[in-house]
Design a protein around this ligand. Structure first.
Ligand SMILES: *Cc1c(COP(=O)(O)O)cnc(C)c1O
Length: 428
């Protein structure tokens, strides 16, 4: 691990891979499923978690570990684990401390895939969820807790609703209920917000988005702050505080202390469920991370200019971007993300749903893709794409305006992005 006093820009470049004398300067891809030992006993001790070391890439791989430790450093956590996707990260983060009969309280304004995971798939495994309005009062949110609740879950900036989370409020509620706050920090990235500084306990990422930043590799990450006191709530978290039969009765909190949560996720969940990130993808992710501190501010600067342009255009009905003074979340964004929020904007045209597909087809620079947080400007119309099977009534229930356009502002020259939007607006 790096010197914690380095600033984020330096950590983006220097954290993670620490070559010893004569080793490659640049993080190598350990393209190997397995690792060699001289004695049978050495290998046996690894299986008993008595020694640290690599033996099989489904559990741990040196390339992945170097990249995970860079992300842990950026977030200010004790340890991290890479996963094959953001979906896998959120699933593991939850399943690591929830089992059949348990319950999750989650913000209702979260990524559609995570909503499905909680509302449909985890329910099949016996884990139920209650969704709450993130803007509700502390009392209202606390009222959703049950004796079997194990997690409070939310996103720092919700995709695609762009709701900014009051992290301190959420941390206070979670801790007064004796459970950790898990925050998906995909959109803000640790460049704009470090949720541990405001009381979050676990952070997750879809590294597919800004961290990779070039739309080349799927990935996810879980970071542990090491701050949650599992033993103080031992009855709620027996998976961490009681012996694990699959490791001859090891107790994670006893043996691994502050790294208990992430160690269990690695040696138990990754071992049994195997959603590991490929070392090749981790290598690409690391290259993305090296410029994260340059790209994120440019995404935000461009998005701010584009949001202001759209807000002043008379063919645009509304614009949702937390960096706009008119935005409901402007003050929260200034508090938690003083350097910027993200590059994603949503807006609607005055002509509504009817004129939207034509407007999008007229765009030349902005590409129609199912992706956000790419270096390239991209655009999506949920009512025509991700939510296509729903009628207007169903869309309203799902909180998706039929006219909503999701614009992910890239890092091209902002005048070119605005000119592209202008010529497409002129054609309506
Ligand atoms: C994209 C996304 C996910 C899912 O990540 P994948 O890498 O696509 O699996 C989860 N949370 C948020 C906030 C996202 O934007």
């Amino acid at each position: 691990m790096m010197n914690k006093n380095y600033r984020p820009e330096t950590k983006c470049i220097q954290s993670g891979w620490q070559p010893k004398n004569g080793e490659p300067r640049v993080l190598p891809i350990y393209q190997s499923t397995t690792f060699k030992y001289e004695t049978s006993d050495q290998m046996g001790r690894l299986f008993d978690l008595e020694d640290e070391g690599y033996f099989y890439s489904r559990l741990q791989n040196p390339t992945n570990d170097a990249v995970a430790s860079k992300i842990a450093d950026l977030e200010g956590g004790v340890a991290a684990m890479l996963t094959s996707s953001g979906q896998a990260a959120n699933f593991f983060a939850i399943f690591n401390i929830c089992s059949a009969g348990d319950h999750v309280v989650s913000s209702s304004t979260i990524y559609g895939g995570t909503h499905n995971l909680l509302a449909v798939t985890l329910k099949k495994l016996g884990i139920s969820s209650t969704f709450i309005n993130p803007d509700a009062s502390e009392e209202e949110i606390a009222a959703a807790f049950q004796p079997n609740t194990k997690i409070l879950f939310a996103e720092t900036i919700a995709n695609p609703a762009l709701v900014v989370l009051d992290i301190e409020k959420f941390a206070k509620i979670a801790h007064s209920q004796g459970v950790p706050l898990i925050v998906d920090n995909t959109f803000a990235t640790p460049i704009n917000c470090r949720p541990f500084e405001w009381g979050a306990d676990i952070v997750t990422h879809s590294t597919t988005k800004y961290m990779d930043g070039h739309a080349v590799s799927l990935g996810g990450c879980i970071v542990d702050s090491g701050n949650f006191d599992w033993d103080a709530h031992a009855d709620k978290f027996p998976g961490l505080t009681e012996p694990d039969d699959s490791y001859h009765g090891i107790t994670y909190t006893e043996k691994f202390g502050k790294a208990a949560y992430i160690t269990k996720a690695t040696v138990q969940l990754m071992r049994d469920l195997g959603s590991v990130q490929s070392p090749n993808n981790a290598f690409l992710l690391n290259i993305g991370l090296e410029t994260l501190h340059l790209r994120v501010p440019r995404h935000c600067e461009n998005a701010q200019a584009v949001a202001e342009f759209l807000e002043s255009n008379d063919k645009v009905a509304w614009v949702n971007y937390p960096g706009l003074k008119s935005n409901k979340y402007y003050d929260l964004a200034k508090k938690y993300m003083p350097t910027g929020t993200c590059g994603v904007i949503s807006f609607g045209l005055k002509g509504g749903r009817e004129v939207t597909p034509g407007f999008m087809d007229s765009l030349e620079l902005a590409a129609i893709v199912t992706h956000v947080a790419d270096a390239r400007t991209s655009v999506l119309h949920p009512a025509s794409h991700t939510h296509r099977q729903m009628n207007d009534e169903q869309l309203a229930e799902a909180g998706v305006d039929p006219a909503l356009i999701r614009l992910s502002v890239g890092i091209e020259n902002v005048q070119d992005i605005i000119a592209d939007l202008q010529q497409a607006l002129d054609k309506i």
